[in-house]
Ligand binder design. Structure first.
Ligand code: NDP
Ligand code: OXD
Length: 314
């Protein structure tokens, strides 16, 4: 019987196993923690559904055929120098994760748009400071990284009344959202948007993409919502832009170092809202369809869903 090993937060492993077996009754599904390390056990594994396995662990499975990432991001895998990159690897696509991300981005954009950070600061000091925000239809939001998560977040923001545009690596089209790509496309987005939602993956190309030069190309007072990865932002550049007023506020969920160090200036900055990498979670009950689809496609020799292209880095 083919075997899948599962590693995720302890509270989710049993839920994954139940959800996977409901879709693939011919599989054996076991928690990674129960596998043991004798050679026969390691040789018995066909597929791995993992978040952040110990470095070297995946390379120690001689018959592994498929890696499925519990997350949409891959940095928890790429931090393993021995990651077997010759094996097909699939990113998570989960309607529950996508919904959660749309909720977070809508909350983040509304929080900056409706000036909730200054309102909360006023409350903390007991001050009745009246501030008025423009209506959403007069504000434009750019979603940088218009993939599985970015496209749905963009649609959710559009449904709230915001003008929305998107930016991606390659040219794409959407029925109602104008899309841009490349450096010229980025200029058009940065010059016109009041807020930017970052939903790009961590790659060499996106490393500190939000830097001094990027922020200087933005509209003064731009709001930044980062739900992608901490590596997208040059923190010093963002802090300087916040202090000078070039950036109006930031909602940040992801950081270069997590947990965010307790002395990091983001924690106490009046224009910054910090959340502890909680924008969106993968749910076994909605994510298991993707795991089953990946295994079925692999065994049928069909194209894999959301398969990683290591040359482009995501
Ligand atoms: P996708 O691969 O579907 O989308 C990624 C998007 O980023 C694509 O539109 C891609 O362009 C674009 N992109 C990649 N590189 C570049 C570049 N150099 N310049 C411009 N655009 C680029 O990923 P998902 O939408 O599923 O996930 C996005 C990210 O969200 C994950 O990688 C992860 O880091 C983060 N995430 C964060 C969570 C949280 O809780 N904070 C939860 C889940 C995910 P193209 O369309 O041309 O390929
Ligand atoms: C993910 C995440 O990548 O939760 O899915 O960050």
């Amino acid at each position: 019987m083919p075997k899948i090993i599962v590693s995720d937060s302890a509270s989710l492993v049993d839920r994954w196993i139940e959800a996977i077996l409901a879709r693939c009754p011919d599989l054996e599904a076991v928690p990674l923690a129960d596998l043991g390390d004798d050679p026969a056990a390691l040789a018995s594994v066909d597929y791995a559904l993992v978040w952040a396995p110990e470095p070297g662990f995946l390379a120690s499975l001689p018959n592994l055929k498929l890696i499925v990432s519990v997350g949409a991001g891959l940095d928890h895998l790429t931090s393993d120098p021995d990651l077997p990159r010759h094996l097909p690897t699939v990113r998570m696509v989960d309607p529950g994760l996508t919904q959660g991300m749309s909720e977070y981005c809508a909350w983040g954009v509304l929080t900056l748009h409706r000036l909730f950070a200054p309102l909360l600061n006023s409350q903390a000091s007991g001050s009745w400071d009246v501030v008025h925000a423009p209506i959403a239809s007069n504000a434009r939001v750019g979603v940088l990284g218009f993939g599985v998560l970015g496209s749905k977040a963009g649609e959710a923001l559009q449904a709230l009344g915001f003008q929305v545009c998107g930016w991606s690596r390659s040219p794409k089209q959407h029925d109602s959202i104008p899309l841009y790509h490349g450096d010229e496309g980025l200029d058009a987005v940065l010059a016109s948007c009041d807020q930017l939602v970052l939903l790009m993956p961590a790659t060499d190309e996106t490393y500190k993409i939000v830097n001094d030069a990027f922020l200087a190309r933005c509209k003064p007072g731009v709001g930044i919502i980062n739900a992608g990865r901490g590596s997208l932002i040059d923190d010093e550049a963002l802090l300087q832009a916040l202090d000078s007023g070039q950036a109006g506020g930031a909602v940040l969920d992801v950081f270069h170092q997590e947990p965010l160090p307790s002395d990091h200036p983001y924690w106490a900055h009046p224009k910054v809202i910090v959340t502890p990498h909680v924008a969106a979670l993968t749910y076994p009950e909605t994510g298991a369809d993707h795991v089953a689809a990946a295994i079925t496609a692999l065994e049928a020799g069909a194209p894999l869903p959301a398969v990683v292209d290591w040359d482009r880095g995501y």
